[in-house]
Ligand binder design. Structure first.
Ligand code: NAD
Ligand code: DAU
Length: 342
């Protein structure tokens, strides 16, 4: 197998944590399709994982190791066998972090610390995948968007745990010379996203003839990007990003939640009167918006999915075709929300 250059060193196998999750599995597919690299996935297979998402990939290109990123012995062994790692593994849902923050601290902070220590010992190139939520939120009428210089100001236990993990990465770069980069991306959509999240929850409600449940007044803004575009950006940063740098990833996809739900209702031939407004999320961030000029200018990246409504229609089709995957989780997911009036 041809070795690829990541930064200054030839690499033929990378480690991907959380590679059985929504974005991590998309990234593994992206790497298999677009490079000669082989991939070792380290994933604990929590409730959010989908083994099916990577099952069909060739065995000689992708190996799954079931384990915890906070398991220092396992992580040390894996880092001793790899020259580069991309860290997606996380507890990722804000609503869950409001219900029980403990796993967020353990996986997102202790897990990242564990990887950093192994990267330091074995001089492994590390890319840390983070979120725009570390910057807090913007007002609806604020002309500003988040940049790499925006001060950290997280709101939820989830975003605080991601902010903590980013700070650890920055400190390990500065204090120990770990060869790491960070990316902070906006809201992703696409196949294999757990139905606890907004777009898949709304789609699967509509499939079931149940009203879409919109928190608060529905005017909160999220900046949507297709998971494939997140993957291409992460690969570009891994290959060409400058060590120690942070890159923001976004596709200029700002929409209010009501705009997203209205677009979905149109795709299902339903009326806006069908929307049900439910109890708001505690501490609900008002608006996220990404300025991704640094990534575009420095690394020449641009998103492939420019038409959000078309990407949404493809995603609806995907969920219609994969009901056997999500159906077993729908009842428990809805019971969790119903208990909170959502
Ligand atoms: P996800 O919840 O769909 O997947 C997370 C994966 O990590 C799962 O496969 C899970 O089994 C695994 N995992 C969890 N705890 C683990 C542990 N202790 N050890 C090993 N594996 C573990 O998450 P996602 O939406 O795909 O997000 C992936 C990453 O991208 C996260 O770091 C998240 O913060 C970041 N991110 C997500 C979005 C988004 O819109 N979803 C946007 C920006 C950044
Ligand atoms: O910005 C990046 C972040 O995007 C990632 O770091 C997180 O991992 C990811 O989950 C996502 O966080 P959000 O909290 O923005 O996503 P969520 O899908 O939970 O909600 C999107 C918006 O929709 C938010 O304003 C809350 C609202 N919402 C959500 C659900 C589940 C509803 O109105 N109704 C719902 O049922």
């Amino acid at each position: 197998m041809a070795a690829e250059k990541l930064g200054s060193r030839p690499v033929d196998r990378i480690l991907v944590t959380g590679g059985a999750g929504f974005i991590g599995s998309n990234f593994v597919h992206h790497v298999v399709r677009n490079t000669d690299l082989s991939v070792t996935v380290l994933d604990k297979l929590t409730y959010a994982a989908s083994r099916e998402a990577i099952d069909a990939l060739p065995e000689d290109r992708v190996e799954l190791v079931v384990g915890d990123v906070a398991d220092a012995t396992l992580v040390d062994k894996l880092f001793s066998d790899h020259d580069a790692a991309v860290h997606f593994a996380a507890e990722s849902h804000n609503d869950n972090s409001l219900h029980d923050p403990a796993p967020f601290i353990q996986t997102n902070i202790v897990g990242t610390f564990t990887l950093l220590e192994a990267a330091r010992r074995h001089d492994v190139r590390l890319h840390h995948v983070s979120t725009d939520e570390v910057y807090g939120d913007l007002d609806l009428d604020d002309p500003k968007r988040f940049t790499e210089d925006t001060p950290y100001n997280p709101s939820s236990p989830y975003s605080a745990s991601k902010a903590g993990s980013d700070h650890l990465v920055r400190a390990w770069v500065r204090s120990f010379g770990v060869r790491a980069t960070i990316s902070n991306c906006s809201n992703n959509y696409g196949p294999w996203q757990h139905i606890e999240k907004f777009i898949p929850r709304m789609i699967t409600n509509l499939v079931d003839g149940v009203p879409p449940k919109v928190y608060g007044d529905g005017l909160n803004v999220r900046d949507w990007i297709h998971a494939d575009d997140h993957s291409s950006a992460v690969l570009r940063i891994l290959e060409q990003g400058r060590v120690g740098e942070t890159y923001l990833i976004g596709a200029d996809g700002e929409r209010t939640n009501l705009q997203v739900v209205t677009a979905l209702l149109r795709l299902f031939g339903r009326s806006e009167d069908d929307i049900e407004f439910v109890t708001d999320r505690a501490g609900h961030d008002r608006r996220y918006a990404i300025e991704s000029g640094k990534l575009r200018a420095e690394l020449g990246w641009s998103p492939r999915f420019q038409d959000f409504e078309a990407g949404l229609a493809d995603t609806v089709d995907w969920y219609r075709r994969h009901e056997d995957w999500w159906r077993p989780h729908k009842q428990a997911t809805e019971a969790f929300y119903a208990a909170k009036g959502q």
